[in-house]
Design a protein around this ligand. Sequence first.
Ligand SMILES: [Zn+2]
Length: 283
Amino acid sequence: MPELPEVETVLRGLAPSMEGAVITRAAVNRPDLRWPFPEGMAGRLTGKRVLQMRRRSKYILADLDSGETLLIHLGMSGRMTVSGDPLGRFVHSHPAAEKHDHVVLDIDNGARVTFNDPRRFGAMDLLPTVGAEAHPLLAQIGPEPLGNSFDGPYLADRLKTRRSPIKTALLDQHVVAGLGNIYVCETLYRARISPARRCDRIATSRLIALAPIIRQVLLDAIEAGGSSLKDFRQASGELGYFQHSFDVYGREGEPCRSEGCDATIRRLVQSGRSSFYCPQCQR
Ligand SMILES: [Zn+2]
């Protein structure tokens, strides 16, 4: 499931082909994904220029010159591919249509952007650009972890009285936007905090120190995603899923990588999701 760094990588992959360009043709091949597409979506996209592309949490937003914003959510298994881009970033010719190509956008620069989603947990919507942040999907989301309103004092203030495990609290999208299972595990490992520890039993200074660690974990992953974009001439043109090595995530039973630690990584199930951690380094 894509988390913030994967979505940011998709955004950075799409932007050179879409920003400033006109959608010349929009094919919408089924009535819905997770939710029904907005009425007349193909017509509302056709002929529109993309003014700006941006991200809010795990949503990609494309502001159009019609005053509407196209919202894209990848869901569990959504994939975006770019083909035929004459800018030279993606040299693949347009592939044959695949079974789950639900939305295909042709761009006036020759690029084709395809949204493929076999499990259909993804979503697309059109909303007025003015007030887009008030959309029900976006209104309740907490601050962007890479933005200015997210810092140590804010995070400590939100967490210090909570009785839930820190792992659960960091997955709460009201607290901070876009963090998922993988990057919360990685963050807590770097912060040396046990995923099971209750928020209200963690020293405030450690909660404050968590914010810059979250940023760095995400920035490292975005950098890995950026490197993957450079390889696209050889790749399929598919955006967003990149090779990235994790310190704890998915490493149950393997040795801890911290210097001087001889413990092995353990797995713990919390709220139905696996937490990976080092029992020696994380307290
Ligand atoms: Zn360790």
